[in-house]
Design a binder for this molecule. Structure first.
Ligand SMILES: Nc1ncnc2c1ncn2[C@@H]1O[C@H](COP(=O)(O)OP(=O)(O)OP(=O)(O)O)[C@@H](O)[C@H]1O
Ligand SMILES: [Mg+2]
Length: 338
């Protein structure tokens, strides 16, 4: 896998808990992975598996005090985000790491002109004046392929199509030249044609600007098209981690195999925009089964699956949290020093 010097983000043992009336619920457990410089790393899994929570935890956006994030380390180009104060995180957010969400309308203010919002990180982090910001937003609009960019600067969010709004949000995400962009289902709300245009734009930007991207999606088709490495999430854990080719060639966790086997043919999964289903339900995190979290849904379950499985190494940085491979224990992100 990637060498340490090329690693832009290195997450080790991230845990996120929510305090509730009936005790704490751990929504993320032992999340460890790396993102290489200029690489696209996928987080994939069913609804509720913890993909967005991983993103929010990295961004310092988990609501407090009910949400509590802890980690051995979260190194962003050498800075440990796990030790930063809320003020320290505010200086990083939108500047060194930024995020693009599923539905741009919810993160845009309907009564502010688009250039003013897209350029806001420059005002917040770099103290630029209005003219300089406007010029830079225009450059960014050109970069993300917004047609007639000059005229569009003055638009209000509702005057842009969904696809153009998402391009504007990507421009906003990239305006401070972040080291890492986290895209949480960035195309789920878009029609199929616009979706593929936005994905193409993101690939193109990675090649031209070199930004590393964490791509969060339900869609294994998007993973195959976009990602270099993949983390498959289930019930708050990473259950399989591999290079994208390796994952599709040698899916090793029964959950991953289930996801792959249930992809409908001829693009039907993309058309419905839903994860293909595996029989059974994602467990309630407050009432997890004692052993393997996937055990109750797993066709390969054995008596030993009553115990929680550790991570097994399958070579070339490929790991799976499954007793089927228990003869070769490993750590997540085993390719990097942990
Ligand atoms: N504010 C909160 N308080 C308590 N639990 C929460 C809170 N927000 C999310 N969760 C729980 O955290 C778990 C992970 O949720 P998350 O939003 O990360 O899933 P996801 O993989 O992004 O799903 P989706 O594909 O539906 O977006 C879920 O069980 C969810 O109920
Ligand atoms: Mg989500």
């Amino acid at each position: 896998m990637i060498s340490r010097t090329d690693t832009i983000l290195s997450v080790r043992e991230l845990r996120t808990e929510f305090r509730g009336g009936r005790g704490n619920v751990r929504v993320l457990d032992d999340i460890s992975f790396d993102v290489g410089r200029g690489r696209i790393v996928g987080l994939v899994g069913e609804s509720g598996s913890g993909k967005s929570m991983t993103a929010l935890s990295l961004m310092g956006l988990v609501p407090r005090p009910q949400g509590q994030v802890s980690a051995k380390s979260i190194l962003l180009d050498g800075t440990d985000l796990a030790t930063l104060s809320p003020d320290g995180m505010r200086r990083i957010r939108g500047n060194e790491i930024s995020m693009v969400f599923q539905e741009p309308m919810t993160s845009l203010n309907p009564v502010r002109r688009i250039w003013d919002q897209v350029g806001e990180p420059l005002a917040v982090h770099h103290g630029l004046g209005r003219r300089a910001i406007r010029d830079r937003v225009l450059e960014m609009f050109e970069l993300v392929g917004i047609p007639e960019p000059k005229a569009r600067l003055e638009a209000y969010p509702h005057e842009l199509s969904g696809g153009l709004r998402q391009r504007a949000m990507i421009a906003m995400g990239l305006i401070c030249e972040p080291k890492l962009l986290i895209a949480d289902e960035p195309t789920t709300a878009l029609d199929v044609t616009t979706q593929s245009q936005i994905l193409k734009l993101m690939l193109d930007l990675r090649d031209r600007v070199g930004t590393a991207i964490i791509m969060i999606t339900h869609d294994l088709g998007i993973i195959a098209e976009m990602c270099d490495e993949v983390n498959v999430m289930y019930a708050g854990q990473i259950v399989e981690q591999a290079d994208v080719f390796d994952l599709f060639e040698r899916p090793s966790h029964p959950y991953t195999r289930g996801l792959l086997a249930s992809i409908p043919k001829a693009g039907a999964a993309r058309a419905t925009k839903r994860m293909p289903s595996i029989p059974g339900m994602v467990p309630n995190l407050a009432k997890l089964p004692p052993g393997c979290r996937f055990g109750p849904r797993c066709g390969d379950a054995m008596p030993v699956c009553e115990q929680p499985p550790g991570l097994a190494g399958l070579g070339r940085g490929h790991v799976a949290r499954c007793w089927l491979h228990a003869s070769s224990p490993a750590t997540c992100a085993e390719g990097a020093a942990s």
